[in-house]
Design a protein around this ligand. Structure first.
Ligand SMILES: [Zn+2]
Ligand SMILES: [Zn+2]
Length: 246
């Protein structure tokens, strides 16, 4: 069975290239989920005519705003605007629930008094332990990125497919394990030449392709310097609205 990935947002946290922040929408095995949900992701969904109420689960790699800060906006819309009834699961790194509470209260003070009229489930993913999230089997592995964000790479098994997203982070063994043999690897590729710590850059990414051993790689989360080189690399590079089957 084929699965589909749509890049709702392929940008970084600085709006580089006029791109929306990270959000990858996957349809596989009868489940619709996103990997990350940045501050601008609800706007991006609307722009691409995707109904936010059609999403079953949101998986978060880490707690930087360009990867997770859209969740309070989505929840506010679900409770007030879109009148959601479909259950929603939000799964992510350690301390997810407490940290999202703080983020939501910072963005929408007083929001905690609102009660969703749909089933809302929070799941904190233990490192290296495949965890059921509805029909998905999700494994979070720690990556080298700003430690305060509890950074992980995510591996998702669903409908006979494996999709991995590196999140933000330097190359490491755990990242390679998350990607091993994936049908689709979505990899951060922040810089083309300049080595920047705490991020996956093109030199490391190309040097470690064999370690990832993925069927297909798509690069995303690119700086202006990398965006200037998308035509110079053999790998596929994401853009907002890009849809691929895998
Ligand atoms: Zn980021
Ligand atoms: Zn980050």
């Amino acid at each position: 069975m084929t699965a589909t990935a749509r890049f709702i947002g392929s940008g970084d946290s600085f709006g580089s290239g006029g791109r929306f922040q990270t959000c990858i929408l996957i349809d596989a095995g009868g489940t619709r989920f996103t990997m990350d949900f940045g501050a601008s992701s609800l706007i991006a969904l609307r722009q691409q005519d995707i109904d936010p109420n059609s999403i079953d689960a949101i998986l978060l790699t880490h707690l930087h705003g360009d990867h997770c800060a859209g969740v309070p906006f989505l929840l506010m819309d679900a409770m007030l605007g879109a009148r959601r009834r479909r259950p929603l699961t939000v799964a992510g790194p350690r301390d997810l629930r407490h940290r999202m509470f703080l983020i939501a209260e910072a963005l929408f003070p007083g929001m905690h008094v609102m009660q969703p009229k749909f089933e809302l489930t929070w799941i904190e993913l233990e490192h290296g332990a495949p965890t059921p999230v509805g029909d998905l089997l999700v494994t979070a592995r720690p990556v080298k990125h700003t430690w305060q964000t509890n950074p992980t790479a995510l591996r998702v098994e669903v409908g006979g497919k494996v999709v991995c997203y590196t999140g933000d982070g330097e190359f490491g063994e755990e990242m390679a394990l998350a990607a091993k043999g994936a049908d689709l690897l979505v990899a951060e590729c922040y810089f083309h030449k300049k080595p920047v710590p705490w991020h996956l850059n093109y030199p490391e990414l190309s040097a470690h392709k064999a370690d990832f051993d993925a069927e297909r790689i798509i690069l995303t989360h690119m700086s202006p310097e990398m965006l200037a080189h998308v035509d110079d690399v053999p790998e596929e590079c994401a853009y907002d609205g890009m849809v691929v089957e895998f």
